[in-house]
Ligand binder design. Structure first.
Ligand code: NAD
Length: 497
Protein backbone atom coordinates (compact mmCIF):
# COMPACT_ATOMS: atom_id res chain seq x y z
CA UNK A 1 0.00 0.00 0.00
CA UNK A 2 2.67 2.48 1.02
CA UNK A 3 4.44 2.17 -2.36
CA UNK A 4 1.24 2.87 -4.27
CA UNK A 5 0.98 6.48 -5.31
CA UNK A 6 -1.73 8.75 -6.63
CA UNK A 7 -0.33 8.11 -10.14
CA UNK A 8 -0.60 4.35 -9.59
CA UNK A 9 -4.26 4.55 -8.63
CA UNK A 10 -5.07 7.04 -11.39
CA UNK A 11 -3.59 4.68 -13.99
CA UNK A 12 -5.59 1.79 -12.54
CA UNK A 13 -8.74 3.90 -12.51
CA UNK A 14 -8.24 4.85 -16.17
CA UNK A 15 -8.03 1.18 -17.13
CA UNK A 16 -11.11 0.13 -15.13
CA UNK A 17 -14.17 -1.37 -16.84
CA UNK A 18 -17.56 -0.51 -15.35
CA UNK A 19 -20.64 -2.73 -15.34
CA UNK A 20 -23.92 -0.88 -14.86
CA UNK A 21 -26.48 -3.53 -15.80
CA UNK A 22 -28.73 -5.34 -13.33
CA UNK A 23 -27.75 -8.86 -12.25
CA UNK A 24 -30.75 -11.18 -12.40
CA UNK A 25 -30.74 -14.99 -12.35
CA UNK A 26 -27.00 -15.21 -13.01
CA UNK A 27 -26.84 -12.75 -15.93
CA UNK A 28 -26.45 -9.05 -16.61
CA UNK A 29 -29.52 -7.35 -18.07
CA UNK A 30 -30.26 -3.77 -19.07
CA UNK A 31 -33.56 -2.33 -17.86
CA UNK A 32 -36.41 -3.61 -20.04
CA UNK A 33 -37.44 -0.11 -21.08
CA UNK A 34 -33.80 0.82 -21.73
CA UNK A 35 -33.73 3.49 -19.04
CA UNK A 36 -30.40 4.37 -17.47
CA UNK A 37 -29.02 6.96 -15.10
CA UNK A 38 -25.54 8.45 -15.08
CA UNK A 39 -23.14 7.21 -12.43
CA UNK A 40 -21.16 10.33 -11.49
CA UNK A 41 -17.91 10.30 -9.53
CA UNK A 42 -17.91 12.85 -6.70
CA UNK A 43 -14.13 13.11 -7.03
CA UNK A 44 -14.37 15.34 -10.11
CA UNK A 45 -17.93 15.13 -11.43
CA UNK A 46 -16.90 12.73 -14.21
CA UNK A 47 -19.57 10.35 -15.55
CA UNK A 48 -18.23 6.84 -14.95
CA UNK A 49 -20.90 4.89 -16.85
CA UNK A 50 -24.60 4.49 -17.49
CA UNK A 51 -26.44 2.34 -14.95
CA UNK A 52 -29.69 0.42 -15.54
CA UNK A 53 -32.56 2.32 -13.95
CA UNK A 54 -34.54 -0.70 -12.84
CA UNK A 55 -38.31 -0.68 -12.45
CA UNK A 56 -41.23 -3.02 -11.93
CA UNK A 57 -40.19 -5.47 -14.66
CA UNK A 58 -36.74 -6.03 -13.14
CA UNK A 59 -38.17 -6.30 -9.62
CA UNK A 60 -40.58 -8.98 -10.84
CA UNK A 61 -37.82 -10.87 -12.66
CA UNK A 62 -35.37 -10.73 -9.75
CA UNK A 63 -37.93 -11.74 -7.11
CA UNK A 64 -39.16 -14.57 -9.37
CA UNK A 65 -35.57 -15.81 -9.86
CA UNK A 66 -34.92 -15.66 -6.13
CA UNK A 67 -38.19 -17.46 -5.39
CA UNK A 68 -37.45 -20.16 -7.97
CA UNK A 69 -33.98 -20.76 -6.61
CA UNK A 70 -35.36 -20.95 -3.08
CA UNK A 71 -38.26 -23.26 -3.90
CA UNK A 72 -36.07 -25.65 -5.87
CA UNK A 73 -33.67 -25.76 -2.91
CA UNK A 74 -30.58 -25.39 -5.10
CA UNK A 75 -29.01 -23.38 -2.32
CA UNK A 76 -31.16 -23.82 0.80
CA UNK A 77 -31.12 -27.60 0.28
CA UNK A 78 -27.35 -27.86 0.19
CA UNK A 79 -25.43 -29.25 3.12
CA UNK A 80 -24.30 -26.19 5.18
CA UNK A 81 -20.71 -27.30 4.50
CA UNK A 82 -21.32 -26.89 0.77
CA UNK A 83 -22.78 -23.41 1.25
CA UNK A 84 -19.82 -22.57 3.44
CA UNK A 85 -17.39 -23.72 0.74
CA UNK A 86 -19.07 -21.59 -1.95
CA UNK A 87 -19.17 -18.53 0.31
CA UNK A 88 -15.50 -18.95 1.19
CA UNK A 89 -14.65 -19.14 -2.53
CA UNK A 90 -16.62 -15.94 -3.06
CA UNK A 91 -14.75 -14.18 -0.26
CA UNK A 92 -11.45 -15.37 -1.73
CA UNK A 93 -12.41 -13.95 -5.14
CA UNK A 94 -13.33 -10.64 -3.51
CA UNK A 95 -9.91 -10.56 -1.85
CA UNK A 96 -8.27 -11.37 -5.21
CA UNK A 97 -10.11 -8.41 -6.75
CA UNK A 98 -9.44 -6.12 -3.81
CA UNK A 99 -7.83 -3.29 -5.80
CA UNK A 100 -10.53 -3.27 -8.45
CA UNK A 101 -13.36 -3.28 -5.89
CA UNK A 102 -11.66 -0.66 -3.71
CA UNK A 103 -11.30 1.57 -6.77
CA UNK A 104 -14.98 1.15 -7.61
CA UNK A 105 -15.91 2.23 -4.07
CA UNK A 106 -13.53 5.18 -4.19
CA UNK A 107 -14.57 6.41 -7.63
CA UNK A 108 -18.27 5.89 -7.02
CA UNK A 109 -18.59 7.18 -3.44
CA UNK A 110 -15.55 9.46 -2.98
CA UNK A 111 -14.12 7.37 -0.13
CA UNK A 112 -10.33 7.52 0.44
CA UNK A 113 -8.52 4.62 -1.25
CA UNK A 114 -6.62 3.98 1.98
CA UNK A 115 -9.98 3.17 3.63
CA UNK A 116 -11.55 1.18 0.80
CA UNK A 117 -8.44 -1.03 0.60
CA UNK A 118 -8.14 -1.46 4.37
CA UNK A 119 -11.77 -1.46 5.57
CA UNK A 120 -14.48 -1.73 2.91
CA UNK A 121 -13.23 -4.57 0.75
CA UNK A 122 -11.41 -6.72 3.34
CA UNK A 123 -14.35 -6.12 5.70
CA UNK A 124 -16.77 -7.38 3.07
CA UNK A 125 -14.74 -10.55 2.49
CA UNK A 126 -14.42 -11.06 6.23
CA UNK A 127 -18.18 -10.72 6.77
CA UNK A 128 -18.79 -13.46 4.22
CA UNK A 129 -16.07 -15.66 5.73
CA UNK A 130 -17.41 -15.14 9.25
CA UNK A 131 -20.94 -16.35 8.46
CA UNK A 132 -19.63 -19.09 6.16
CA UNK A 133 -17.48 -20.42 9.02
CA UNK A 134 -20.37 -20.21 11.48
CA UNK A 135 -23.13 -21.83 9.50
CA UNK A 136 -22.02 -25.47 9.68
CA UNK A 137 -21.56 -25.26 13.44
CA UNK A 138 -24.98 -24.14 14.56
CA UNK A 139 -27.53 -26.80 15.47
CA UNK A 140 -31.11 -26.78 16.73
CA UNK A 141 -32.45 -27.84 20.12
CA UNK A 142 -34.07 -30.90 21.62
CA UNK A 143 -36.31 -29.35 24.25
CA UNK A 144 -37.75 -30.74 27.47
CA UNK A 145 -41.24 -32.13 26.76
CA UNK A 146 -43.69 -34.77 27.94
CA UNK A 147 -42.20 -38.25 28.03
CA UNK A 148 -44.28 -39.37 25.04
CA UNK A 149 -43.07 -36.50 22.88
CA UNK A 150 -39.85 -35.68 21.10
CA UNK A 151 -39.59 -31.88 20.87
CA UNK A 152 -37.33 -30.30 18.25
CA UNK A 153 -36.69 -26.61 17.68
CA UNK A 154 -35.04 -25.85 14.37
CA UNK A 155 -34.20 -22.76 12.36
CA UNK A 156 -35.15 -22.56 8.70
CA UNK A 157 -34.28 -19.95 6.10
CA UNK A 158 -37.06 -17.44 5.69
CA UNK A 159 -37.14 -17.50 1.86
CA UNK A 160 -36.60 -14.44 -0.34
CA UNK A 161 -34.69 -11.68 1.45
CA UNK A 162 -34.51 -8.20 -0.07
CA UNK A 163 -31.69 -5.95 1.15
CA UNK A 164 -31.92 -2.19 0.55
CA UNK A 165 -28.75 -0.36 1.49
CA UNK A 166 -27.11 3.11 1.53
CA UNK A 167 -23.97 4.53 -0.03
CA UNK A 168 -21.58 5.28 2.83
CA UNK A 169 -20.09 1.76 2.90
CA UNK A 170 -21.69 0.41 -0.28
CA UNK A 171 -20.39 -3.18 -0.15
CA UNK A 172 -19.84 -3.56 3.57
CA UNK A 173 -23.36 -2.53 4.63
CA UNK A 174 -24.71 -4.90 1.99
CA UNK A 175 -22.46 -7.74 3.19
CA UNK A 176 -23.69 -7.36 6.77
CA UNK A 177 -27.07 -8.38 5.35
CA UNK A 178 -26.43 -10.74 2.46
CA UNK A 179 -23.70 -12.75 4.23
CA UNK A 180 -25.88 -14.04 7.09
CA UNK A 181 -28.94 -14.26 4.82
CA UNK A 182 -27.13 -16.41 2.24
CA UNK A 183 -25.30 -18.49 4.83
CA UNK A 184 -28.66 -19.39 6.36
CA UNK A 185 -29.89 -20.61 2.95
CA UNK A 186 -32.02 -17.69 1.75
CA UNK A 187 -32.07 -16.23 -1.75
CA UNK A 188 -31.32 -12.51 -1.90
CA UNK A 189 -32.29 -9.49 -3.98
CA UNK A 190 -29.93 -6.61 -3.20
CA UNK A 191 -30.75 -3.00 -4.04
CA UNK A 192 -27.66 -0.83 -3.69
CA UNK A 193 -27.99 2.92 -3.40
CA UNK A 194 -28.37 4.78 -6.69
CA UNK A 195 -25.37 6.82 -5.51
CA UNK A 196 -23.03 3.80 -5.34
CA UNK A 197 -24.21 0.76 -7.34
CA UNK A 198 -20.99 -0.36 -9.07
CA UNK A 199 -19.27 -2.59 -6.51
CA UNK A 200 -22.39 -4.67 -5.79
CA UNK A 201 -22.86 -5.28 -9.52
CA UNK A 202 -19.26 -6.47 -9.78
CA UNK A 203 -19.32 -8.88 -6.81
CA UNK A 204 -22.50 -10.46 -8.20
CA UNK A 205 -20.50 -11.95 -11.08
CA UNK A 206 -17.92 -13.19 -8.56
CA UNK A 207 -20.69 -14.94 -6.61
CA UNK A 208 -21.59 -16.95 -9.69
CA UNK A 209 -17.91 -17.67 -10.38
CA UNK A 210 -17.65 -18.99 -6.80
CA UNK A 211 -20.44 -21.49 -7.44
CA UNK A 212 -23.42 -19.73 -5.86
CA UNK A 213 -26.26 -20.85 -8.16
CA UNK A 214 -28.05 -18.40 -10.50
CA UNK A 215 -31.03 -16.70 -8.89
CA UNK A 216 -29.67 -17.01 -5.35
CA UNK A 217 -28.05 -13.56 -5.43
CA UNK A 218 -29.52 -10.77 -7.57
CA UNK A 219 -28.65 -7.07 -7.72
CA UNK A 220 -31.05 -4.34 -8.88
CA UNK A 221 -29.58 -0.86 -9.33
CA UNK A 222 -32.08 1.99 -9.29
CA UNK A 223 -33.70 4.62 -7.12
CA UNK A 224 -35.98 4.49 -4.11
CA UNK A 225 -38.80 3.18 -6.32
CA UNK A 226 -37.02 -0.19 -6.58
CA UNK A 227 -36.80 -0.32 -2.78
CA UNK A 228 -40.47 0.60 -2.51
CA UNK A 229 -41.51 -2.13 -4.96
CA UNK A 230 -39.45 -4.72 -3.07
CA UNK A 231 -40.94 -3.60 0.25
CA UNK A 232 -44.47 -3.91 -1.19
CA UNK A 233 -43.82 -7.22 -2.94
CA UNK A 234 -45.97 -10.14 -1.82
CA UNK A 235 -43.27 -12.68 -2.61
CA UNK A 236 -40.50 -11.01 -0.59
CA UNK A 237 -40.44 -12.63 2.85
CA UNK A 238 -38.05 -10.28 4.61
CA UNK A 239 -36.73 -6.80 3.93
CA UNK A 240 -33.47 -5.80 5.58
CA UNK A 241 -32.88 -2.07 5.30
CA UNK A 242 -30.04 0.27 6.15
CA UNK A 243 -30.66 3.93 5.54
CA UNK A 244 -32.45 6.97 6.88
CA UNK A 245 -35.08 6.89 9.60
CA UNK A 246 -37.57 8.63 7.28
CA UNK A 247 -37.35 5.89 4.65
CA UNK A 248 -37.29 3.19 7.36
CA UNK A 249 -40.70 4.42 8.53
CA UNK A 250 -42.06 4.14 4.99
CA UNK A 251 -40.71 0.63 4.62
CA UNK A 252 -42.58 -0.52 7.73
CA UNK A 253 -45.75 0.88 6.21
CA UNK A 254 -45.17 -0.91 2.90
CA UNK A 255 -44.80 -4.19 4.80
CA UNK A 256 -48.08 -3.48 6.57
CA UNK A 257 -49.79 -2.67 3.28
CA UNK A 258 -48.59 -5.90 1.68
CA UNK A 259 -47.65 -9.24 3.23
CA UNK A 260 -46.33 -8.25 6.68
CA UNK A 261 -42.88 -9.29 5.58
CA UNK A 262 -40.26 -9.24 8.32
CA UNK A 263 -38.68 -5.75 8.33
CA UNK A 264 -35.29 -5.07 9.88
CA UNK A 265 -34.10 -1.48 10.09
CA UNK A 266 -30.63 -0.03 10.65
CA UNK A 267 -31.24 3.71 10.66
CA UNK A 268 -29.72 7.04 11.51
CA UNK A 269 -27.96 8.40 14.56
CA UNK A 270 -26.81 11.51 16.40
CA UNK A 271 -24.39 9.81 18.72
CA UNK A 272 -23.05 11.50 21.86
CA UNK A 273 -19.35 11.29 22.72
CA UNK A 274 -19.02 12.33 26.38
CA UNK A 275 -15.69 13.48 27.81
CA UNK A 276 -15.57 13.89 31.60
CA UNK A 277 -13.04 16.12 33.36
CA UNK A 278 -11.23 13.09 34.83
CA UNK A 279 -10.48 11.62 31.38
CA UNK A 280 -7.02 10.09 31.71
CA UNK A 281 -5.74 10.90 28.23
CA UNK A 282 -7.11 14.04 26.57
CA UNK A 283 -4.85 13.62 23.52
CA UNK A 284 -6.29 10.22 22.81
CA UNK A 285 -9.85 11.41 23.49
CA UNK A 286 -9.35 14.34 21.11
CA UNK A 287 -7.96 12.18 18.32
CA UNK A 288 -10.83 9.73 18.73
CA UNK A 289 -13.37 12.59 18.79
CA UNK A 290 -12.00 13.91 15.48
CA UNK A 291 -11.96 10.42 13.94
CA UNK A 292 -15.50 9.82 15.21
CA UNK A 293 -16.88 12.64 13.07
CA UNK A 294 -14.36 13.17 10.26
CA UNK A 295 -13.56 9.58 9.26
CA UNK A 296 -15.41 8.73 6.03
CA UNK A 297 -16.30 12.44 5.62
CA UNK A 298 -18.68 12.11 8.58
CA UNK A 299 -20.86 9.85 6.42
CA UNK A 300 -21.15 7.41 9.32
CA UNK A 301 -24.33 6.21 11.00
CA UNK A 302 -22.32 5.98 14.24
CA UNK A 303 -20.63 9.37 13.76
CA UNK A 304 -19.84 10.98 17.11
CA UNK A 305 -21.58 14.10 15.89
CA UNK A 306 -22.30 15.47 19.38
CA UNK A 307 -19.19 16.02 21.50
CA UNK A 308 -20.31 16.56 25.11
CA UNK A 309 -17.49 18.05 27.17
CA UNK A 310 -17.29 18.88 30.89
CA UNK A 311 -16.82 22.60 31.34
CA UNK A 312 -13.48 22.58 33.19
CA UNK A 313 -11.63 20.76 30.38
CA UNK A 314 -13.45 22.36 27.47
CA UNK A 315 -10.65 24.61 26.23
CA UNK A 316 -7.96 21.96 26.70
CA UNK A 317 -9.98 19.34 24.82
CA UNK A 318 -11.16 21.59 21.99
CA UNK A 319 -7.63 22.84 21.26
CA UNK A 320 -6.63 19.22 20.80
CA UNK A 321 -9.71 18.25 18.76
CA UNK A 322 -9.08 21.17 16.39
CA UNK A 323 -5.45 20.12 15.98
CA UNK A 324 -6.53 16.51 15.30
CA UNK A 325 -9.19 17.68 12.81
CA UNK A 326 -6.55 19.36 10.66
CA UNK A 327 -5.32 15.87 9.71
CA UNK A 328 -8.56 15.48 7.73
CA UNK A 329 -7.78 17.97 4.98
CA UNK A 330 -9.97 17.12 2.00
CA UNK A 331 -8.00 15.76 -0.95
CA UNK A 332 -8.25 13.48 -3.96
CA UNK A 333 -9.46 10.14 -2.54
CA UNK A 334 -7.19 8.27 -4.97
CA UNK A 335 -4.16 9.70 -3.15
CA UNK A 336 -3.12 7.22 -0.43
CA UNK A 337 -2.18 10.21 1.76
CA UNK A 338 -5.77 11.51 1.77
CA UNK A 339 -7.72 10.92 4.98
CA UNK A 340 -10.83 12.84 3.88
CA UNK A 341 -12.29 12.36 0.43
CA UNK A 342 -15.31 13.75 -1.39
CA UNK A 343 -18.93 14.00 -0.25
CA UNK A 344 -20.91 11.36 -2.13
CA UNK A 345 -22.81 13.67 -4.52
CA UNK A 346 -24.08 17.18 -5.12
CA UNK A 347 -27.36 16.56 -3.24
CA UNK A 348 -25.58 15.48 -0.04
CA UNK A 349 -22.94 18.21 -0.51
CA UNK A 350 -25.62 20.91 -0.62
CA UNK A 351 -27.48 19.34 2.27
CA UNK A 352 -24.38 19.47 4.47
CA UNK A 353 -23.62 23.07 3.43
CA UNK A 354 -27.22 23.94 4.32
CA UNK A 355 -26.65 22.61 7.85
CA UNK A 356 -23.44 24.62 8.09
CA UNK A 357 -25.39 27.77 7.18
CA UNK A 358 -27.95 26.93 9.89
CA UNK A 359 -25.05 26.40 12.30
CA UNK A 360 -23.59 29.83 11.60
CA UNK A 361 -26.88 31.36 12.77
CA UNK A 362 -27.24 29.35 15.97
CA UNK A 363 -23.69 28.49 17.10
CA UNK A 364 -20.08 29.70 17.11
CA UNK A 365 -17.92 28.36 14.27
CA UNK A 366 -14.59 27.04 15.62
CA UNK A 367 -13.17 25.40 12.50
CA UNK A 368 -13.85 25.00 8.78
CA UNK A 369 -17.31 25.77 7.46
CA UNK A 370 -16.54 25.94 3.74
CA UNK A 371 -16.56 23.93 0.57
CA UNK A 372 -13.07 23.46 -0.89
CA UNK A 373 -11.93 22.36 -4.31
CA UNK A 374 -8.90 20.06 -4.36
CA UNK A 375 -10.19 18.61 -7.66
CA UNK A 376 -12.24 20.55 -10.17
CA UNK A 377 -15.85 19.46 -10.32
CA UNK A 378 -15.76 17.45 -7.07
CA UNK A 379 -17.67 17.83 -3.80
CA UNK A 380 -15.44 18.54 -0.82
CA UNK A 381 -16.15 20.13 2.56
CA UNK A 382 -13.67 21.08 5.29
CA UNK A 383 -13.87 19.47 8.72
CA UNK A 384 -16.23 21.79 10.57
CA UNK A 385 -16.68 22.33 14.32
CA UNK A 386 -19.33 24.42 16.07
CA UNK A 387 -19.57 25.35 19.74
CA UNK A 388 -23.32 25.03 20.30
CA UNK A 389 -24.85 26.88 23.26
CA UNK A 390 -28.36 25.32 22.95
CA UNK A 391 -28.83 21.54 22.89
CA UNK A 392 -32.09 22.08 21.00
CA UNK A 393 -30.33 23.69 18.01
CA UNK A 394 -30.95 22.16 14.60
CA UNK A 395 -27.30 21.12 14.09
CA UNK A 396 -27.19 19.48 17.53
CA UNK A 397 -30.38 17.46 17.00
CA UNK A 398 -30.58 16.43 13.34
CA UNK A 399 -28.41 13.87 11.61
CA UNK A 400 -26.21 15.75 9.12
CA UNK A 401 -24.24 12.80 7.72
CA UNK A 402 -21.28 15.02 6.90
CA UNK A 403 -18.11 16.40 8.55
CA UNK A 404 -19.83 18.70 11.04
CA UNK A 405 -19.26 18.41 14.80
CA UNK A 406 -21.49 20.04 17.41
CA UNK A 407 -19.84 20.65 20.79
CA UNK A 408 -22.12 20.87 23.83
CA UNK A 409 -20.98 21.74 27.37
CA UNK A 410 -22.12 20.14 30.65
CA UNK A 411 -21.30 20.49 34.35
CA UNK A 412 -22.28 17.14 35.92
CA UNK A 413 -22.33 13.51 34.79
CA UNK A 414 -26.11 13.39 35.29
CA UNK A 415 -26.52 16.36 32.99
CA UNK A 416 -24.31 14.64 30.41
CA UNK A 417 -26.49 11.51 30.43
CA UNK A 418 -29.63 13.63 30.16
CA UNK A 419 -28.22 15.53 27.18
CA UNK A 420 -26.95 12.33 25.58
CA UNK A 421 -30.32 10.59 25.83
CA UNK A 422 -32.27 13.64 24.69
CA UNK A 423 -32.45 12.41 21.09
CA UNK A 424 -34.84 10.48 18.88
CA UNK A 425 -31.89 8.24 18.00
CA UNK A 426 -29.98 5.62 19.98
CA UNK A 427 -27.35 4.03 17.78
CA UNK A 428 -24.10 4.57 19.69
CA UNK A 429 -22.52 6.56 22.52
CA UNK A 430 -19.13 6.92 24.20
CA UNK A 431 -17.85 7.93 27.63
CA UNK A 432 -14.33 8.98 28.55
CA UNK A 433 -13.50 8.79 32.26
CA UNK A 434 -10.83 7.31 34.53
CA UNK A 435 -13.47 6.26 37.06
CA UNK A 436 -14.55 2.67 36.38
CA UNK A 437 -17.72 2.90 38.44
CA UNK A 438 -18.72 6.11 36.72
CA UNK A 439 -18.04 4.46 33.35
CA UNK A 440 -20.26 1.47 34.12
CA UNK A 441 -23.05 3.57 35.58
CA UNK A 442 -23.10 5.85 32.57
CA UNK A 443 -22.86 2.97 30.09
CA UNK A 444 -25.93 1.48 31.77
CA UNK A 445 -27.87 4.73 31.54
CA UNK A 446 -27.10 5.49 27.92
CA UNK A 447 -29.91 4.45 25.57
CA UNK A 448 -27.80 3.18 22.67
CA UNK A 449 -27.07 -0.10 20.89
CA UNK A 450 -23.30 0.31 21.31
CA UNK A 451 -21.46 2.10 24.13
CA UNK A 452 -17.72 2.67 23.96
CA UNK A 453 -15.72 3.47 27.09
CA UNK A 454 -12.43 5.33 26.62
CA UNK A 455 -12.52 4.67 22.88
CA UNK A 456 -14.72 5.33 19.84
CA UNK A 457 -15.59 3.16 16.85
CA UNK A 458 -13.50 0.23 18.13
CA UNK A 459 -14.48 -3.41 17.69
CA UNK A 460 -14.74 -3.58 13.92
CA UNK A 461 -14.87 -7.37 13.98
CA UNK A 462 -18.05 -9.37 13.57
CA UNK A 463 -18.58 -10.48 17.16
CA UNK A 464 -20.55 -7.48 18.37
CA UNK A 465 -24.22 -7.08 17.41
CA UNK A 466 -24.71 -3.72 15.74
CA UNK A 467 -27.90 -1.68 15.66
CA UNK A 468 -29.99 0.88 17.43
CA UNK A 469 -32.42 1.75 20.17
CA UNK A 470 -35.40 3.98 19.48
CA UNK A 471 -35.61 5.45 15.96
CA UNK A 472 -32.14 4.16 15.09
CA UNK A 473 -33.92 0.94 14.19
CA UNK A 474 -34.58 -2.61 15.29
CA UNK A 475 -32.79 -5.94 15.01
CA UNK A 476 -29.03 -6.25 14.84
CA UNK A 477 -26.49 -6.68 12.06
CA UNK A 478 -23.27 -8.66 12.69
CA UNK A 479 -22.72 -11.47 15.24
CA UNK A 480 -24.67 -14.72 15.42
CA UNK A 481 -27.73 -12.71 16.46
CA UNK A 482 -28.06 -11.46 12.87
CA UNK A 483 -28.94 -15.00 11.78
CA UNK A 484 -32.15 -14.67 13.77
CA UNK A 485 -33.33 -12.04 11.29
CA UNK A 486 -33.04 -14.37 8.33
CA UNK A 487 -34.49 -17.55 9.83
CA UNK A 488 -37.83 -18.77 11.13
CA UNK A 489 -38.00 -20.82 14.32
CA UNK A 490 -39.93 -24.07 13.96
CA UNK A 491 -41.17 -26.32 16.77
CA UNK A 492 -41.67 -29.95 15.73
CA UNK A 493 -43.42 -32.27 18.17
CA UNK A 494 -43.23 -36.01 17.48
CA UNK A 495 -45.60 -38.31 19.38
CA UNK A 496 -43.59 -41.40 20.19
CA UNK A 497 -46.40 -43.64 21.33
P1 NAD B 1 -31.80 6.67 2.33
O1 NAD B 1 -32.80 6.26 3.36
O2 NAD B 1 -32.07 7.88 1.54
O3 NAD B 1 -31.59 5.48 1.25
C1 NAD B 1 -31.25 4.19 1.64
C2 NAD B 1 -31.72 3.22 0.57
O4 NAD B 1 -33.14 3.25 0.52
C3 NAD B 1 -31.22 3.56 -0.83
O5 NAD B 1 -30.91 2.37 -1.51
C4 NAD B 1 -32.43 4.23 -1.45
O6 NAD B 1 -32.49 4.13 -2.85
C5 NAD B 1 -33.56 3.47 -0.82
N1 NAD B 1 -34.85 4.19 -0.78
C6 NAD B 1 -35.07 5.52 -0.87
N2 NAD B 1 -36.40 5.78 -0.78
C7 NAD B 1 -37.02 4.58 -0.62
C8 NAD B 1 -38.37 4.18 -0.44
N3 NAD B 1 -39.38 5.07 -0.42
N4 NAD B 1 -38.64 2.87 -0.28
C9 NAD B 1 -37.65 1.96 -0.28
N5 NAD B 1 -36.35 2.27 -0.45
C10 NAD B 1 -36.03 3.58 -0.62
O7 NAD B 1 -30.40 6.74 3.09
P2 NAD B 1 -28.99 7.11 2.47
O8 NAD B 1 -28.94 8.58 2.21
O9 NAD B 1 -28.66 6.18 1.36
O10 NAD B 1 -28.02 6.73 3.68
C11 NAD B 1 -27.82 7.56 4.76
C12 NAD B 1 -28.63 7.09 5.94
O11 NAD B 1 -28.30 5.72 6.24
C13 NAD B 1 -28.28 7.85 7.19
O12 NAD B 1 -29.47 8.17 7.89
C14 NAD B 1 -27.45 6.87 7.99
O13 NAD B 1 -27.43 7.08 9.37
C15 NAD B 1 -28.07 5.57 7.63
N6 NAD B 1 -27.14 4.46 7.89
C16 NAD B 1 -27.40 3.64 8.95
C17 NAD B 1 -26.53 2.60 9.26
C18 NAD B 1 -26.81 1.69 10.42
O14 NAD B 1 -26.27 0.58 10.44
N7 NAD B 1 -27.64 2.06 11.38
C19 NAD B 1 -25.40 2.39 8.48
C20 NAD B 1 -25.16 3.24 7.40
C21 NAD B 1 -26.05 4.28 7.12
Amino acid sequence: MSKKTLAYWKDKADALQFEGRAWIDGQYHGAQDGRTFACVSPIDGRVLCAVADCGAAEVEAAVAAARRSFDTQVWAGQNPRARKAALLRWAALIRMHEEELALLETLDAGKPIRDTTSVDVPGTAYSIEWYAEAIDKIGGEVVPADHHLLGLVTREPIGVVAAVVPWNFPLLMAAWKFAPALAAGNSVVLKPSEKSPLSALRVAQLALDAGIPPGVFNVLPGGGEVGRLLALHGDVDCLAFTGSTAVGKQIMQYAGQSNLKRVWLELGGKSPNIVLADCADLDRAAKAAAGAIFYNMGEMCTAGSRLLVQREIKTALLDRVIAAARRYTPGNPLDPATAMGAIVDRVQFERVLGYIEAGRAEARLLLGGSAVQPENGGFYIEPTIFDVPQAGSKIAREEIFGPVLSVLTFDTADEAVRLANDSEYGLAAAVWTADLTQAHEMARSLRAGTVWVNCYDEGGDMNFPFGGYRQSGNGRDKSLHALEKYTELKSTLVRLR
